[in-house]
Ligand binder design. Structure first.
Ligand code: OGA
Ligand code: NI
Length: 304
């Protein structure tokens, strides 16, 4: 069957899962994942927790966390008047989730759910990374082990006036891969088809997850994976909740193409760079869809 939307991938698919994942990352850089193994109760309970944390008073959400790329709270602002988010930077590092929970006065029940959910997303990211490297013929790589990951809880505060406007501007995600629990009731996520330039709706399917490839994924795959451009539109005057795990870049190492994917026919496309420096550059040069990567483009080898 021809389908207009992003591919649907079954994590339990016994036939060529790794190859199908690679194809989806190459052609779209986005797909919807079913049978991912995370119980739907964990997803729905986390959504409730996310909603109640983002309903807390501004002062508790903000706390005393310093502003910056890893900041704990992103309040409503001029550029994104409906969007606010709470962040756990480097969620897999010891104590990160617990510290966050303490700061927002999470109940023991909320703490348990956040721990369970964020850990499940992290394990899934590593599984997906392993399958992708397998599909690229780089068997045996322990994907994303010890990579910093950012866990983010998003709330879009839509009102009747916001209908028809943009909740999250067109962007690519800066890291390697994003696992997104989109709101199972409120649509609005749209991705760009890289072949046609068309915007395609990614409509919710309860219990499933959306996977996006970001800028680091594109660079690491030496241009094979698509750092998908996407945005969130408001179609309904209601609250929209989403929860994301961003796998960022390798810890303590520069971002660069896997050496197995570089050869004379596939010359290195980008010079190595530091992820956090790149993220700052994206911000300072206002490059939400990864335009700043051009600053790292490698010189083409001279033909002899
Ligand atoms: C993001 C993002 C989409 C959504 O946080 O980078 O694209 O559905 N979120 O909230
Ligand atoms: Ni995004």
């Amino acid at each position: 069957m021809e389908t207009k939307g992003v591919p649907l991938i079954d994590m339990q698919d016994p036939h060529g899962l790794a190859e199908k994942l690679v194809k989806a990352c190459e052609e779209w850089g986005c797909f919807r994942l079913v049978n991912h193994g995370i119980p739907s109760t964990v997803l729905s309970e986390m959504k409730v927790v996310c909603r109640s944390l983002l309903d807390l008073p501004f002062k508790i959400k903000q706390g005393d966390s310093p502003p910056g790329p890893g900041q704990r709270y992103t309040p409503l602002n001029m550029a994104s008047p409906y969007f606010e988010g709470l962040n756990i930077y480097d969620m897999a590092s010891p104590g990160a989730v617990d510290d966050f929970c303490t700061q927002v006065h999470a109940s023991p029940h909320q703490r348990e759910i956040i721990l369970k959910h964020s850990q499940a997303l992290f394990e899934l990211a590593k599984d997906l990374g392993g399958k992708m490297t397998e599909g690229l013929g780089l068997g045996g790589l322990e994907a994303f082990k010890d990579w910093p990951c950012q866990f983010q809880m998003n709330k879009y505060n839509y009102s009747p006036e916001s209908v028809g406007s943009t909740g999250a501007v067109m962007h690519s995600d800066p890291g390697f891969i994003t696992i997104l629990q989109d709101d199972e009731l409120v649509n609005g996520l749209e991705v760009v088809n890289k072949f046609t330039g068309d915007l395609v709706s990614v409509d919710p399917i309860p219990g499933t997850l959306v996977i996006n490839i970001g800028d680091v994924g594109m660079v690491w795959s030496n241009g094979r994976f698509n750092n998908v451009k996407h945005r969130v539109q408001c179609y309904k005057a209601t609250v929209r909740i989403s929860i994301a795990l961003f796998v960022l870049g390798p810890r303590g190492k520069r971002v660069e193409a896997a050496s197995e994917l570089v050869d004379s026919e596939h010359p290195r496309l980008y010079n190595p760079f530091d992820f956090e420096a790149y993220r700052k550059l994206r911000h300072s040069t206002n490059s939400p869809t990864g335009e700043a990567l051009e600053l790292f483009r490698a010189a083409l080898p001279i033909d002899s």
